[in-house]
Design a protein. Structure first.
Length: 286
């Protein structure tokens, strides 16, 4: 018997088909959706070792080692003491996509849809449909999304919380956000995979601005020039080894042509909110 689950991430359909039922966390439940354009991922037990003989290494990231295997790619989960928990095998266009799970060494590792999605290079699929993942927190205020991005432990969650407390904003992402261009505008979405904080909102929210954060003794805000903005955004975007060269940089350059990217140097206080809010109002963002 086949078990099927249909999700939507930034409007991209991802269907999981498994020979056994997969549970779904409360956060991921919000992303269940009717069928839409996208891909189908089959989840199957591993029958042979991977990477197969003849596969050629073609890159790696923090999650996977990638191999080219004829007309397919393999994304092997980074191995631990007992080997790799899974291998994803897929064609270039994801018309065929299978997640093979190593049930012999890891018999209970993949019992949830959340884990199955985390073990597939999902961000690679999303990028094929024009959706980019940004390490960020995101708030909703006055009809727009303000996206805070910075390295870990810089204050993204803190600033989002301050906006909630002092400006009545709603926190709609706490660790990852998706951005996608649709009908000539940029929209933001939640992304519940491989993040660390359980704040997931699946609604489509128009982008207002991106704010790069830096800690400082005084609160001040400046609008970044396009190339500096692209450099900062690239630093908080997961690099995808199979992506066409320059695709991510071009996406961010397009963003800077229509939307402001600021650097907010700030303290964790109410004045930081007032400082940024004043600039967003003056620039007509909110």
């Amino acid at each position: 018997m086949e078990h099927s689950l249909q999700f939507s991430f930034a409007g991209v359909g991802v269907r999981l088909v498994s020979s056994r039922p997969l549970s779904v966390s409360p956060g991921l439940l919000r992303f269940l959706a009717p069928p839409c354009a996208g891909v189908t991922i089959s989840v199957r037990p591993l029958q042979e070792g991977f990477p197969p003989a003849g596969a050629s290494p073609c890159g790696d990231d923090m999650h996977f080692c990638y191999y080219r295997w004829g007309d397919r790619f393999c994304a092997v989960a980074k191995p631990g003491r007992d080997g790799s928990v899974s291998t994803a095998v897929f064609t270039d266009d994801f018309s065929e996509a299978t997640l093979y799970t190593n049930d012999v060494c890891f018999p209970n590792a993949v019992t949830t849809a959340d884990k199955a999605l985390a073990l597939f290079p999902l961000r690679q699929i999303l990028l094929r449909y024009g959706a980019v993942t940004l390490h960020s927190s995101r708030i909703y205020t006055q009809g727009r999304a303000i996206v805070f991005s910075a390295p870990s432990q810089t204050g993204k969650t803190t600033q989002a919380g301050l906006w909630q407390r002092y400006a009545g904003a709603e926190i709609v992402s706490n660790d990852r956000s998706l951005l996608r261009q649709e009908d000539g505008a940029l929209y933001t979405y939640g992304f519940p995979i491989d993040g660390s904080s359980p704040v997931y909102h699946n609604g489509r929210i128009p982008l207002g601005a991106v704010v790069m954060l830096a800690q400082g003794a005084e609160n001040q805000v400046e609008r970044l020039r396009p190339m500096e903005a692209v450099r900062c955004l690239m630093g908080q975007t997961a690099m995808l080894p199979l992506s066409p060269p320059g695709q991510l940089a071009q996406f961010w350059l397009t963003l800077t042509e229509g939307y402001p990217v600021y650097r907010l140097t700030c303290r964790p206080d109410a004045q930081a909110v007032a400082c940024l809010k004043d600039r967003l109002n003056r620039d007509g963002v909110i």
